[in-house]
Design a protein around this ligand. Structure first.
Ligand SMILES: Cc1cc2nc3c(=O)[nH]c(=O)nc-3n(C[C@H](O)[C@H](O)[C@H](O)COP(=O)(O)O)c2cc1C
Length: 380
């Protein structure tokens, strides 16, 4: 009965979002819609009545989805990826929407204006976005102070990056800005885990810390070997397997907790880009365009390293089947943005609801058993 009621509610909201609200939103400038959504979410998170209303509309929970990962408890595996809530305004409302965790930022040491506008484009036929924000954010001090005042009812990760400016192109200056951000949050005791974003595709000086020697120096400076909180690395989508191997070796040396696979793709010759969509010259591409690249990377890391690293799968998740595919390839947790923008906020509860069905169908007692199932020997 409870299940039927959840499905009915979700179907009604889904219809309204897909056929009315989304039609209106997609006629408007994407950055304006994004900013408005964050403002609305922030407002709804401030009041008990609005949190209850959102919970009543969207929330779904099931014990089969709960797991402990890297010492943190996740009520469900679906998280908001870095980049939607850059300034950490949504920590109070996202648990009510049904998210199991979120990543705020990316946050840089000093505040950063990002690239000149425009920042965001939709590719409706490709079911993807093109992103060229270039790490716009209020900086580590303002954001850590904002978060310090909040109580979180789910794990909140902090995505760390270096400011997008000619001043941080020189390696030591770049490292200094990551370090400033990391130390500011660590000093305030804010955030449940950190993700080191080495893969912003739209910043001055490119992605220097995907070079294993430079990454080694960055991780040494951050001193994450003696870390108290889990630390992940946010991976580029367009890495060769040789480059991946080198990053895995450095990550192993510094006992990194795991990887977020992946960030946006920079490749313009991706077969998933529809000829009907007009591709802007600049920006990284999300959604269905990056999905296969992310899945290949998840599978590669899991096959190479098994449970040594925790994998957070990210890229092109629009449904429970998409999330489940990543989990079976080796991801313990999932992050998403584009799927929520195309499908609406009710998709989070629906993914969780339908994931339970997929786990039951395949005979798993909990999500933990499904992680990497595609690579486990089948028992007869
Ligand atoms: C609007 C937007 C802004 C983003 N900004 C960031 C960012 O600041 N830091 C980061 O690590 N990833 C950023 N990303 C990448 C996402 O975290 C994610 O890796 C990528 O979008 C693939 O997931 P998706 O297909 O579910 O959107 C951004 C993505 C979008 C759509």
């Amino acid at each position: 009965m409870k299940d039927a009621w959840f499905r009915l509610k979700a179907a009604v909201i889904r219809f309204k979002y897909k056929y009315i609200l989304k039609e209106i939103f997609f006629l408007q400038d994407p950055e304006t819609v994004h900013e408005r959504m964050v403002r609305v979410g922030h407002f709804l998170g401030k009041h008990a009545w609005s949190r209850s209303l959102v919970r009543w509309l969207f929330f779904y929970q099931h014990h089969m989805l709960e797991q402990k990962v890297a010492g943190l408890t996740f009520k469900n595996p679906i998280g908001l990826a870095a980049g939607f809530d850059k300034e950490a305004q949504l920590t109070q409302i996202l648990p009510e929407v049904g998210f199991g965790f979120m990543e705020a930022g990316s946050v840089t040491g000093v505040a950063c204006n990002g690239n000149p506008r425009p920042w965001l484009w939709r590719l409706p036929k490709s079911r993807a976005l093109v992103v060229n924000y270039g790490l716009k954010n209020d900086g580590s001090e303002a954001i850590s102070q904002r978060l310090k005042k909040m109580k979180f009812s789910f794990p909140v990760g902090i995505s760390l990056a270096k400011a997008n400016s000619p001043d941080t192109v020189e390696e030591q200056k770049g490292i200094a800005d990551y370090l400033k951000a990391y130390k500011t949050f660590a000093a305030e005791g804010v955030g449940d885990y950190f993700t080191i974003n080495i893969s912003c595709p739209n910043a001055f000086g490119g992605e220097p810390f995907t070079d294993p020697v430079k990454l080694d120096r960055l991780l040494a400076a951050l001193d994450i070997g003696g870390k108290k909180k889990p630390v992940f690395i946010k991976m580029p989508a367009d890495l060769s397997t040789d480059a991946l191997d080198e990053i895995l070796a450095v990550a192993r040396k510094y006992k990194v907790t795991g990887f977020v696979s992946t960030n946006l793709t920079k490749q313009r010759n991706n077969g998933k880009i529809s000829a009907e969509d007009k591709l802007p010259e600049k920006g990284g591409i999300s959604g269905k365009v990056v999905e296969d690249l992310a899945n290949e990377q998840i599978a590669y890391i899991y096959k190479k390293a098994g449970k040594e690293f925790v994998i957070i799968g990210c890229g092109g998740v629009f449904s429970a089947a998409d999330a489940y595919k990543k989990i079976r390839l080796g991801a313990s947790l999932i992050q998403m943005i584009t799927g929520m923008i195309f499908e609406g906020p009710e998709i989070i509860g629906l993914i969780n609801h339908d994931l339970v069905g997929l786990l039951k169908r395949d005979g798993f007692a909990s999500i933990i058993e499904a992680v990497g199932a595609d690579f486990k020997p089948k028992s007869n």
